[in-house]
Design a protein around this ligand. Sequence first.
Ligand code: NAP
Length: 483
Amino acid sequence: MLTMIPQLIIGTTDLAAAFLFMYGLKRMSSPVTAPSGIFVAGLGMLTAVLASFLYIFGVSTAAQPHLVVNVGLALTALVVGGGAAWWSGKKAAMTSMPQMVALYNGMGGGAAGAIAAVELFGNKTHGVTQMVVALMGALIGAVSLSGSLIAWAKLDGVIKHPLRVKGQQVFNGAVMLATLAIGGYIVFAAQGGAEPVIAMPILIGVFFGCALVFGVLMTLPIGGADMPVVISIYNAFTGLAVGLEGFVLQNPALMIAGMVVGAAGLLLTLLMAKAMNRSVSNVLFTNFGPATKHKQSAIKGSLKPTEAGDAGIFMRYAKTVIIIPGYGLAVAQGQQKLYEFVKLLQAAGVAVRFAVHPVAGRMPGQMDVLLAEAGVPYDLIFQLDDINDDFATTDVALVIGANDVVNPAARTDKSSPIFGMPILNADKAKHVYVVKRGEGKGYAGIVNALFYEDNCNMVYGDAQVVLVKMIEAVRGLGSSNAG
Ligand code: NAP
């Protein structure tokens, strides 16, 4: 039977999808163009799905005895998957975005693994190269699936502590070696090198099982505070697995999408590791985070609580204020009130800027998104390197719901688990106000020496409630007497 769709149309649609992915990614590199970048990349994904359907209809119908059933299944999967993503995307709170990213990552890895499973169990791979590539995609995809699920469980608090036992790394290495050996044996046997000792489907099943177990074992010992880097690594893995399976299926859209995601994930991993001043291998194989047992250096000074209204009025009469938002601001959903407060200060002649740490919050870029959501102009938002030197000449640093990212121990205390992580120099400002609910620790589980410094006052309360009080206090002054 004749093919129904000419190859030229399929190829052009693939090319359009690839262009949209790359153009979308390029636009995502700036917060100003990022929303449209996400839209363009989404359009690319839609075009890639269209190309896949065109491909199905482009193959001779004689070669596809189950065409109607397969198309029906694909459409059902699209409706169910698309519906679930739409519903969960709308429902998810800003604070649970990292968990969502982890889950979606896992789904991508799982999808790549599923393609490999269809090819391998169905005995559809031809030649050594195609089989090796399918197995590599299966391994990376399966590790990404199970690892991302553990990352999700850690971020969601389902798994509360890293699981570390003696000899774990040796055991993990042995599991990985066994998986590779089974993969090698599958290729060898399939190419007629040996009669398989057990049935091939069982061998392939064991290979998948080992890969899934390795993903779990590799992620369990890693501390929660390292999860953003881990998620980025799995993002890169997922992209790579999808790209490899695209090669197996000879589907250009999959190959390009996979490689783009893989490269973006890898770059993000390296940037995140750099932001924490750690190597990727250090993240994966060295203990860090809340479970780390370390002796914290003694902290001098005392906590000095003050009223929200007094802090608000002090800032109203300052010349320069730098605001450092952190995870607590997202929890309190205080971003709108924060910008309302900032506009009041600006109206009184105060120069206000925002300083965003690369790992503030619980996922890369979370604070930028939060501030953008409140309508804060991008030219008020500065990244660490661009603003850190300015704290020394700033009247007030307002730390709101942030903790680890302003902890001076990262600079001075070698025993601290965050030692070496670049921090925002809030402590160097002439005066510091810290808004938080109580004496809760930050994500790394350590006491913050900044809170005890002479130039620092604590404003206790939920960030949104505190901001409402600050706004009321500044409004109560009227609009006269700028700075
Ligand atoms: P943080 O160190 O987790 O501190 C957040 C602070 O917010 C807490 O000390 C908490 O103190 C306060 N808080 C919580 N709810 C609040 C509310 N409703 N109102 C006011 N304050 C509230 O946050 P961070 O400074 O943003 O640092 C991020 C940390 O998370 C780093 O250690 C980073 O490595 C890690 N991390 C980052 C990512 C990422 O990709 N960005 C992902 C995972 C982990 P109280 O309980 O006393 O209120």
